[in-house]
Ligand binder design. Structure first.
Ligand SMILES: *Cc1c(COP(=O)(O)O)cnc(C)c1O
Length: 383
């Protein structure tokens, strides 16, 4: 498996993913685990991640953003529960019943549509009410709750099964007053739901950072995303966890990105490299051309910034990242041959390039860097 006949591929470690699932399950002992596989499973490849999670008994739900992602999960063998976090077009609501999906609901039009659907199909629909606690994104406010309650009362097969919220400010800080405030809002809104006769069975608020740092946010279910794939939500989360005196090696990254040298060339001192002539050699230079560009998700902001690994050594990017190609300096790496493997993310010998490191060099976060890995790159499951 170390040498597939490809020029651009992603390797997914089954053992790393299994280890991360175990670590998450241990953190929330007995709660329902609803990991997020939105954004093509954070760029890892939705079909591959679903096929691996299907084998794990510890995962109860998968959380998706779109109805299309929910269908991909079903088509790749996921028969357990599905939580739909994002919006669904009213014209596509039938799929909720057909595919047995549990939507998070944040408007009365959708809730009404689901009620009618439950009546027409005779199927129970489990809805999750998204509560506004201070993120000001999808939730509904206290004054909208009676209208929701009325719709639930009208349709007996429409169940107020879940209630959820999402924290605005856990991963970006080591001070967590705002999260505490949102948690209090959530508890009080759930109490209102109970008073209105639509109390939820399953409450869920925690993404990775909340789940890792605050057991009070666990309730009956958690929705970790980035940590499933072996990444910390942020340095602040890592530091906060460390300050609580806990150990830091909970997760292991599941993804490695590889390519091959597809051209070698020797150039003289004083020559330019690539578009815009942004790099000029100061000595004779040996270059390797790689068939990777910003189309693949190798951010153009990495031009002249990052490096790749060849034969266990760092090869710095020279010049601009192109659409489909990039150039790296291998002057100091002896014996590089055409089609030798190259590591863009992952380990090679004693060196390692992390998604966090590339994200910092590109001026973004690990989430974005991973989510933007092109879905067209082949994904191979290893070990
Ligand atoms: C993406 C998402 C999550 C997972 O967040 P991570 O920070 O990746 O753990 C949880 N809940 C909701 C509503 C989300 O949109």
């Amino acid at each position: 498996m170390s040498s597939p006949p490809l020029l651009n591929w992603i390797e997914l470690s089954r053992s790393a993913l299994e280890r991360n699932v175990k670590a998450l399950a241990k953190l929330v002992r007995g709660r329902l685990l609803a990991p997020s596989v939105k954004a093509n499973a954070y760029g890892h490849g939705l079909p591959q991640i679903v096929s691996m999670l299907t084998r794990s008994k510890q995962v109860d739900y998968l959380s998706v953003h779109s109805i299309e992602e929910a269908i991909v999960c079903r088509e790749h063998g996921w028969s357990r529960r599905l939580l739909l976090l994002g919006p669904v077009s009213l014209a596509a609501l039938d799929l909720v019943a057909e595919r047995d999906i549990e939507p998070v609901v944040f408007d009365t039009e959708t809730l009404n549509g689901l009620g009618k659907l439950s009546k027409r199909t005779g199927k129970t629909i489990r809805a999750h009410i998204k509560l506004e606690t201070g993120t000001n994104r999808q939730g509904i406010t206290e004054k909208e709750l009676p209208a929701f309650a009325k719709i639930f009362k009208k349709y007996p097969l429409l169940q107020p099964f879940g209630a959820s919220t999402h924290f605005a400010n856990i991963e970006d800080t080591t001070s967590h007053e705002y999260a505490q405030y949102q948690l209090e809002q959530f508890v009080s809104l759930v109490e209102r739901l109970r008073v209105l006769g639509i109390g939820p069975k399953v409450r869920h608020t925690a993404s990775s950072a909340a789940m890792i740092l605050f057991s009070k946010t666990h309730f009956e279910m958690v929705r970790p995303g980035i940590s499933l794939y072996g990444h910390w939500p942020s340095k602040e989360t890592y530091v906060s966890f460390h300050m609580k005196g806990r150990h830091n090696d909970l997760f292991e990254p599941a993804l490695a990105w590889k390519t091959r040298v597809t051209q070698l060339k020797q150039i003289k001192a004083g020559e330019f490299i690539g578009y815009g002539c942004t790099y000029r050699t100061s000595a004779p230079t040996k270059l390797a051309v790689l068939p990777i560009g910003y189309y693949d998700g190798y951010d153009r902001a990495l031009s002249n910034q990052s490096y790749v690994l060849i034969k266990g050594k760092r090869a710095p990017v020279r010049g601009r990242i192109c659409m489909n190609l990039m150039m790296v300096d291998i002057t100091h790496i002896p014996g590089v041959k055409l089609h030798d493997p190259v590591t863009l993310i992952g380990r090679d010998g004693r060196e390692r390039i992390t998604a966090e490191q590339l994200a910092a060099q590109a001026g973004t976060i690990n989430y974005e860097l991973l989510a933007r890995l092109s879905a067209a790159i082949p994904r191979l499951i290893v070990r």
